[in-house]
Each structure stands twice: as C-alpha cells, then as structure tokens.
Design a protein around this ligand. Structure first.
Ligand SMILES: Nc1ncnc2c1ncn2[C@@H]1O[C@H](COP(=O)(O)OP(=O)(O)OP(=O)(O)O)[C@@H](O)[C@H]1O
Ligand SMILES: [Mg+2]
Length: 296
C-alpha cells in the first residue's frame, strides 16, 4: 500500500501556477527524487506535502492522515532548502529544544544519529558558527530525531563536498534498511536522482515524466557509440537503418539500442574500426530529452 497518496495538487501565486494538478504515489521504504530545474515547483510541492502551506486544490493523504493533522506532522521529518535552526544556540541546545516538542523521544537514537553524522565533537558549538556541511548534518539530525516514517529533503546536497554527501547517504541508507524510512528529496544533482528508486521529473509545475531510473534510461537515454574509422561509408552501411546515425570527418556516431545489438554490429564492423567509445545514457540525457535543456 502507498504511504503517501497525492492527487490533483495545485498551487497558485496570483495568476502564476507554481504547481499544476500533480499526482504522486509514494510507496513505503522508497527513495523518491523530484528532479527539476530552478523554479520548477519542487519546494512549493514540498511545502504543501509538509503542511507548511495550504494547496489551492487537491488532496494529500498519508495512511488516511491529512497534513493539517497533528499526527501527520509527527510522522514526517523535513530538511528545508534553507536552515531553520537558531544560530545563537549550540548544536545540542537546538536538538534538545526540538526533541522537547515530541512525546516519547528515544534519546539513545538521537545520540546514535549524532555519532553517525559526526556531530558529537561540535555539539557545544553555536549553530551559527558551523560550516555549511556541518550545518547540513545537524539539520538532517534535527529532522530525524523523532524517527519519522517519511523524511523530506529539499536539496540536501547543495554546496556539500562529495565526502559529506557520501557520509549523509550512508547514514540515510542504513536507516532505510533498519526501519523502512521513506525519503522524498528534491535535487538538481543527476547522481542523486540516479540513486532513487523512483523519479518524478518536474518542469513548470508539471510532472513531465515519472518512472524508475532504469525505465527512464531505457526510454530517454540512449547509449552513444562513436567509431573512428578509415572508411566512414562502409561503417555507415553496416549500421541498422533504424539507429540514428551521424558522421563527421572520420567519426561515426550511432545511437545504439542495447548491448547485444551493439556487440553484433561491432563484430561486423570490426575490420573498419580504428577506435571506439561507448557512452552510456545518463540522467542528463533524460533531462535533455524531456525538457530540451541541460540541468547541471
Ligand atoms: N511565496 C511565493 N510567492 C510568489 N511566487 C512564488 C512563491 N513561492 C514560489 N513562487 C514561484 O513558484 C515557482 C516555483 O518555485 P519553487 O520554489 O517551488 O521552485 P523550485 O523547483 O524549488 O526551484 P529551486 O530549484 O530554485 O529551489 C517559481 O516561479 C517561484 O517564483
Ligand atoms: Mg526549491
């Protein structure tokens, strides 16, 4: 059964439609990415799903609970695009103040989170004096301390180095394995969308594609084979006529459909091949195919 069911969700600001009649189905334990360019409507969607703003229309239901319901708020955790913690309090004070808002908080779990996110050594430091990466780790700890079923991460990795990003994902993946934590994240980072179980591609407030990464790749991201040859005409003649092919100087570029067909073609063309390169289709290809522009 789906954990979160959203139908016909719409948000307007004056005459501008920021989110346009979107439907979402989020299954328990899934890692779901909202992938879209600046201004696509990702944060606006998150704000409605977390009950911060009221939608113009549409319904949101988590196991029958609405975002206005107290219980709904207790079952979600949110890491906002911009931090919400008190700069003048220490890390520990911020976390304990937050923990005080929940009933039956498991303080051992909070300690474990602080260790896992490597923030015990900065616990007495003022939040405002932390580096960007340290702050992000505290923000995520804050969002997780009541053990939510569903975690929202609005651009969790912006401005983080690769080590910090990997560290955060290692901890989150452990929690997913441990208690089926469900995660919805927004991102411009293609590799972050790549690790998702399911991706919603959002542009101009609309969902322009939704599927698993593999399905999106199969549909929109073709592998490109580049052959360097002394005989462009011969190589071109061997290419299946259904495969989009371009030639320039001594290079032939072919969009190939799958590995087996590619190997067969390479066997046939082998006597004419001087060099070859195969570029696997990636999230960027998907994005370009869907929106006509590169994301990052
Ligand atoms: N409070 C508001 N008042 C007016 N317009 C708004 C408001 N909040 C968002 N918008 C507009 O709605 C659109 C979607 O904004 P949103 O913040 O959801 O985008 P986003 O996908 O999160 O982008 P980014 O990647 O830059 O964070 C934008 O055109 C934005 O200007
Ligand atoms: Mg945003």
């Amino acid at each position: 059964m789906a954990l979160l069911q959203v139908s016909d969700l719409t948000q307007r600001y004056g005459s501008k439609i920021a989110v346009n009649h979107i439907n979402l189905t989020i299954e328990t334990g899934q890692l779901v990415a909202f992938l879209g360019p600046n201004g696509a409507g990702k944060s606006t969607t998150i704000n409605m799903l977390t009950g911060i703003t009221r939608p113009k229309s549409g319904t949101i239901s988590m196991d029958g609970l609405k975002p206005s319901n107290h219980e709904y708020r207790h079952q979600i955790g949110v890491v906002f695009q911009d931090s919400v913690l008190d700069r003048d309090l220490t890390v520990k004070q911020n976390l304990m103040w937050r923990a005080g808002m929940y009933k039956n908080v498991d303080y051992d779990f909070i300690n474990r989170l602080m260790q896992a996110f490597d923030i015990t050594s900065i616990a007495k430091q003022k939040y405002g004096s932390l580096s960007g990466g340290q702050r992000r780790r505290v923000d995520i700890t804050r969002a997780l301390l009541h053990k939510p079923r569903l975690l929202f991460l609005d651009e969790p990795s912006t401005g983080l180095d690769i080590q910090t990003r990997n560290k955060i994902w290692a901890v989150l993946n452990q929690l997913r394995a441990e208690y089926q934590l469900t995660i919805i994240l927004t991102t411009h980072y293609l590799e972050e969308a790549n690790i998702a179980d399911y991706v919603y591609v959002i542009d101009h407030g609309e969902i322009i594609a939704n599927a698993t990464v593999d399905d999106l790749k199969a549909k929109y991201a073709k592998d490109v084979l580049t052959i360097t040859t002394g005989d462009v005409a011969k190589v071109k003649a061997l290419v299946n006529k259904d495969w989009p092919t371009t030639a320039e100087a001594n290079k032939v570029k072919i969009m190939v459909p799958d590995v087996n067909a590619t190997i067969q073609f390479l066997n046939a063309a082998q006597p004419f091949i001087q060099e070859m390169e195969l570029k696997r289709g990636d999230m960027n290809d998907i994005f370009v195919a869907l929106t006509g522009k590169e994301i990052r």
